[in-house]
Design a protein around this ligand. Structure first.
Ligand code: CA
Length: 331
């Protein structure tokens, strides 16, 4: 497969290698330069190949920290097969601590399958989908709420239909062991998960916390989850007696599950993360502090459910996502 990225990583070699994908970037300050996207491989003999990635969105730090720790911690002798780790997938975005790349404004998780001759973000997406994914049977892409959303720590998988969820994806999303394991309809074809599907991988994502912060609790869930996925994908043997959390299995449906701001202003929430709400219930009020006499605009929930995600920043523009719901499913 044609790609402009190069690396000195030898994908056939046993042991631990930690190096860079060299992403060509000719700029005002470096005519013939490259940007180094960190990549690691931990391999021992024959077995499955699995890709763990984070920093797809640069302001989602839980997965990035967890995968850096995993690269240091994991001894090749502990695995059977090959683990490829890309802890800061959209490296320019991750270095800036932004969701999107400051170089080309690229949102990596809206860029798959990418373009080998495109922008930096498009070239990264293309390399992941066309070079890395075809080697793999499993994908873990660790996201969180980033700076503008806060999640109850969750693992997720995209499915064709909630009526007949693919058993491999259902088993994998439960295996992560987050407080919530949710299924979401497979509507977006520009994500890593969609790329994984195109290449026949079992693809699991996460939404771990967010708000631009990390906490001991979310990092513990992230680290245990990564270990659980190593076991689930068959790279390490399951340790007997280790207590795994049973996830609450939920479904995130379409548009009515999401609450969006109908106008700009200051959002006063009338709910907390984790609340059970009803369709038609007032989610909050959009206040107009700059026009103190103006009546606030109420915002309502469009569906029954549990609030698993909310937006912490108070100021909203029309169209900002304020919250989204999930509903229990018996699967
Ligand atoms: Ca994300």
């Amino acid at each position: 497969m044609s790609t402009r990225l190069t690396t000195d990583l030898d994908f056939d070699k046993d042991g631990k290698q930690v190096t860079y994908l060299r992403l060509p970037y000719s700029s005002n300050v470096s005519a013939y330069g490259w940007v180094g996207v960190p990549i690691a491989q931990i391999k021992n003999g024959k077995g499955p190949t699995v890709l763990f990635m984070a920093g797809n969105h640069g302001d989602e730090f839980e997965g990035q920290i967890t995968l850096a720790k995993l690269i240091r911690r994991l001894d090749p002798k502990q695995v059977q097969g090959r683990l490829i780790v890309v802890p800061m997938a959209n490296f320019p975005a991750a270095m800036a601590g932004y969701r999107t790349s400051p170089i080309d404004a690229g949102n990596l998780n809206r860029t798959f399958p990418g373009d080998p001759n495109g922008t930096l973000t498009q070239m990264i997406a293309h390399y992941i989908e066309e070079v890395l994914m075809p080697m793999c049977s499993g994908l873990l892409d660790m996201h969180s709420g980033g700076r503008t959303l806060h999640y109850i720590p969750s693992a997720l998988a995209a499915i064709e239909s909630i009526d007949k969820p693919d058993p491999k994806h259902l088993a994998a999303v439960k295996a992560f062991g987050a407080p919530i394991a949710y299924l979401v309809n497979f509507g977006e074809n520009r994500t890593s998960s969609a790329g994984g599907r195109r290449k026949g991988l079992v693809s699991v994502g996460t939404e771990l916390g967010g708000t631009g912060q990390v906490s001991p609790e979310t990092l513990k869930i992230a680290e245990e989850g990564a270990q659980n996925m190593l076991e689930h994908f068959g790279l390490v043997e399951a340790k007997p007696g280790r207590n795994k959390r049973q996830s609450r299995v939920m479904y995130v449906g379409g548009y009515p599950y999401y609450v969006h701001a109908p106008t700009r202003g200051w959002f006063e929430p009338l709910f907390d993360l984790g609340d059970t709400v009803k369709a038609g219930q007032t989610a909050g009020l959009i206040q107009f502090i700059d026009e103190p006499m103006r009546e606030p605009v109420p915002v309502t929930f469009g569906h029954d459910g549990v609030v698993i995600c909310r937006r912490p920043p108070v100021q909203v523009e029309r169209g900002d996502c304020i919250a989204h719901l999930a509903t229990d499913v018996n699967l």
